[in-house]
Design a protein around this ligand. Structure first.
Ligand SMILES: NC(=O)c1ccc[n+]([C@@H]2O[C@H](COP(=O)([O-])OP(=O)(O)OC[C@H]3O[C@@H](n4cnc5c(N)ncnc54)[C@H](O)[C@@H]3O)[C@@H](O)[C@H]2O)c1
Length: 390
């Protein structure tokens, strides 16, 4: 059996590759074009934890965890010929598709970045789905990390999947409308629709894993050796809110909450995100969904203010005096939206979350204190700035 992981050099894709290779005897092939390394560099920032080259990572995976079944292929998934060759040579039984340009602010910089993001993300997914069909691989389980952002911020509890629509007294179950609020998030709404179509037309079994904002510096496998670390970005464009706040706490910078910050966002720990993807990827052929299944990869919805206050409290344990400051919101969003989201199916998959948000923040700060110099030398990157290539 062969499992293909796209985006295998990324924040989630690298630890997922390690987890799957550890749990399965299957051949695990990780694919990436190293674009994330370039994007972050172009913002003038860097990962707080040093990121080893892919060769060093693979060597460490073999030496530390005995993973001889993990290999790597460099390539761009937007190129059809590359995807065709990848699929015809390796004939994967499972694809975990975690390659994307995943930053909303980056996709919003200008029309060129919006174009790039939408082309990159949607073309890669289409190439993989059509490639599976054209190479006779329609039994291959296709798992994609989409995003909880596809739901937008509706004024009702978010279901784990579709929606019920009512018109003139009749009702039906429909795919959730594309209410995403950024050019990046909308790529995942389109991916979700394309996966549904690929399931319908080609019969490909699909797990649409709607990933929440993911936090954490480590997983069980990455913590064993610094060469195995996954990246941790903290700049305005690529640092997710909890990561940016933790880095700001380390730099002694006040934590910036945009506007009132009462809006709740869904979160999941990296450890739990990786475990969910691994559970789906290594499931026996008989146990895997033959159908189209949506998972809300979430373990809790938390308000931005609560995030900042939790981090400020935990930061005290590390003698970091941190303040929470409110700034005018550069984004158009409801600052009081109380998101409620269902995630029972995902919770069953991972058998409950492995750590609370507070425990997660404690673990992140404990790691980041070692990299204070890297963070402080890039602290101007907490706020939007000009990209080096502009
Ligand atoms: N991290 C989060 O909080 C979060 C939240 C919701 C959804 N997601 C989704 O999870 C997935 C992984 O996110 P991440 O945080 O690890 O991001 P990441 O940028 O660290 O990982 C994505 C990887 O895909 C690679 N990639 C991008 N385009 C490619 C292409 N055309 N060909 C080959 N490789 C390509 C990048 O180089 C990168 O290594 C993405 O689909 C993202 O949208 C992430």
């Amino acid at each position: 059996m062969t499992i293909l992981i796209t985006g295998g050099d990324g924040y989630i894709g690298w630890p997922t590759s390690l987890r799957i290779a550890s749990q399965a005897d299957d051949r695990v092939i990780s694919v990436d074009n190293f674009a994330r390394r370039e994007w972050v560099e172009s913002t003038g920032s860097t990962s707080a934890l040093p990121v080893s080259s892919i060769d060093e990572r693979l060597t460490a995976a073999r030496e530390v965890h005995g993973l001889r079944n993990l290999s790597f292929v460099e390539g761009d998934l937007t190129e059809r010929s590359f995807v065709d060759e990848l699929l015809s040579v390796h004939e994967p039984d499972t694809v975990v598709h975690a390659a994307a340009q995943p930053s909303a602010p980056y996709s919003q910089i200008n029309g060129e970045r919006a174009n790039y993001t939408q082309h990159n993300n949607m073309q890669a997914t289409r190439n993989l789905l059509w490639g599976l069909d054209e190479h006779g691989l329609t039994d291959t389980h296709f798992i994609e990390t989409t995003t909880t952002g596809v739901y937008g911020a509706p004024e009702f509890p978010i279901p784990e999947g579709g929606a019920t629509m009512e018109n003139q007294g009749d009702q039906d179950e429909v795919p959730f409308p594309a209410m995403a609020g950024s050019w990046y998030h909308l790529t995942k709404s389109h991916d979700a629709a394309n996966m549904r179509l690929a399931h319908k037309q080609f019969g490909i079994p699909i797990s649409d894993v709607r990933t929440a904002i993911t936090y954490g510096t480590e997983t069980e496998e990455t913590v064993s050796d610094p060469r195995l670390s996954t990246r941790f970005d903290f700049d305005y464009y690529f640092g997710v809110v909890a990561h940016r706040f933790c880095a700001q706490a380390i730099a002694g910078y006040p934590m910036t909450v945009y506007g009132r910050g009462e809006q709740r966002k869904p979160f999941v720990a990296l450890e739990d995100a990786v475990e969910g993807l691994a559970q789906l990827a290594v499931s026996d052929v008989d146990d895997r969904p033959a159908d189209h299944t949506v998972y809300n990869q979430v373990t809790r919805a938390i308000s931005i203010v609560e995030i900042a206050e939790t981090i400020a409290d935990v930061a005290n344990e590390f003698d970091l005096g941190v303040e929470v400051e409110h700034f005018e919101n550069p984004r158009e969003e409801d600052e009081t939206h109380k998101m409620e989201i269902e995630y029972d199916r995902y919770d069953d998959l991972i058998d409950g979350q492995s750590m609370t948000f507070e425990e997660g923040m404690r673990s992140v700060l404990a790691t980041l204190v070692e990299y204070e110099d890297t963070i402080t030398s890039h602290e101007d990157r907490f706020l939007p700035g000009v990209l080096t290539e502009d």
